[in-house]
Design a protein around this ligand. Structure first.
Ligand code: SF4
Ligand code: SF4
Length: 390
């Protein structure tokens, strides 16, 4: 239901554009702690934040989601299985009719835990790999991570978990392995899910080298058109400008149908915009999560109609909508400019014209080491509140 307008008079896409009473796709990152250090990690995870939500606070969020009739939550991190109360929280969500889909690197998904998950209703598991071969995967996710992920898949299969998901961030290095990813998924009776590589978190540093080339994007588009069974979660709607729209809503849902709760309770417009610019509030604020979702100035402004800006004269604007806000923001392109991977090359022009010295960078990081491999000291806890709006 639209926040401000009676539903029956509005077409579906317009209702989504104006925002709903509750998010359709809520991502909740349980922890910034992670035992891997993937070079594209959207949340720059590694170290647990000292202000992480307590188990009681986390349960309270579940209570709120249940009261808002949120059907399911996408749990991630960091590595969510590193949270000591992980199973308790998942069980509590399920008991309260909030389904859980969680993403894991698989390193903690033992045979015993796979059996435990197989015994739970309303729980879906997604295991991440970024190469169909160990060499390709481990170059991004760290040595031994492919073997660990495959062992987790084996454990789920042995436990008769059912149809789990295999999630892949498409990069310049693995886009040639799409058929192989499909084969791996088929071998487990699993579903393949592809997501777009956005320049967020540690991806700010690696995007230039790893994002797919224009030619690869076209190949990916045609590959996806032929495989509607491959899940993409609206990752690639900017490619719909090439002709036939890909399945999905084909719009940026940030703050409208999508949002993120991070490990310290900060609420961002989407999982790929962890930056103060897109911080809507905190679940610890008066009014809780529901108050942030329904009342924040940021979300209200994102639900307003936006000008097409530099894309106004593009004949494919209806399909592409100017692309991904996060990809523009972190590459230094104005939010009303073209997507950096615009299929007509306008993104490359915009990248050439930007002020590279004014790039936002990753504002909030939990990496254990900097890009030269030097340890980063644990920061003094800082609480960010809703930023003042102009
Ligand atoms: S900012 Fe990008 S990743 Fe986030 S919802 Fe919009 S299109 Fe999707
Ligand atoms: S010009 Fe803008 S709307 Fe057109 S395809 Fe490129 S990014 Fe999309």
């Amino acid at each position: 239901m639209s926040v401000d307008t009676p539903t029956e008079v509005l077409p579906l896409r317009q209702r989504f554009t104006q925002g709903l009473e509750a998010p359709i796709c809520l991502t909740w990152e349980l922890t910034y702690a992670c035992n891997l250090a993937c070079v594209h990690c959207l949340s720059s995870s590694g170290r647990r934040d000292p202000l992480e939500l307590t188990p009681a606070e986390a349960r309270h969020i579940v209570d709120e989601l249940a009261a808002m009739n949120v059907f399911y939550v996408n749990i991630g991190g960091g590595e969510p299985m590193l949270r000591p109360d992980f199973f308790d929280l998942v069980g509590y969500a399920v008991e309260n009719k909030v389904g859980v889909k969680f993403s894991t690197n698989g390193t903690r998904l033992t045979a015993e835990r796979a059996r435990r998950l197989a015994g739970m209703d309303y729980v879906d598991v997604q295991i991440s790999i970024d190469g169909a071969l160990a060499s390709t995967n481990d170059a991004v996710r760290g040595e031994g991570s492919f073997a660990a992920a495959r062992a987790a898949m084996d454990n789920l299969a042995a436990a008769n978990f059912g149809q789990f998901k295999i999630s892949v961030v498409v990069t310049r290095e693995n886009v040639t392995q799409l058929d192989k990813f499909s084969e791996i998924a088929e071998s487990y009776g699993a579903q393949l899910r592809l997501t777009r590589f956005r320049p967020s978190g540690r991806g700010v540093e690696t995007w230039d080298a790893l994002h797919p080339t224009s030619e690869q994007q076209r190949m990916l588009y045609h590959w996806l058109l032929e495989r509607p069974d491959v899940l993409t979660g609206d990752s690639f709607f900017h490619l719909s400008a090439l002709g036939q729209p890909l399945d999905g809503l084909n719009l940026c849902g940030a703050g409208r149908v999508v949002c993120l709760i991070d490990p310290v309770g900060d609420v961002y417009a989407c999982p790929f915009v962890i930056d103060r610019e897109f911080l809507a509030g905190n679940v610890r604020d008066e009014g809780g999560f529901a108050g942030v979702w329904r009342q924040s100035d940021l979300f209200r402004s994102l639900r307003e109609p936006h000008s097409a800006g530099a894309c106004a004269s593009c004949g494919s604007y209806d399909a592409c909508q100017g692309g991904c806000m996060a990809a523009k923001f972190f590459t230094g392109i104005p939010l009303d400019g073209p997507d950096p991977e615009c299929v007509f090359g306008h993104g490359e022009e915009a990248l050439a014209a930007r002020d590279a010295g004014a790039l936002p960078g990753a504002a909030i990081g939990h990496s254990k080491v900097d890009r030269h491999g030097a340890p980063i000291p644990v920061p003094t806890p800082v609480r960010f509140r809703t930023p003042a709006r102009a």
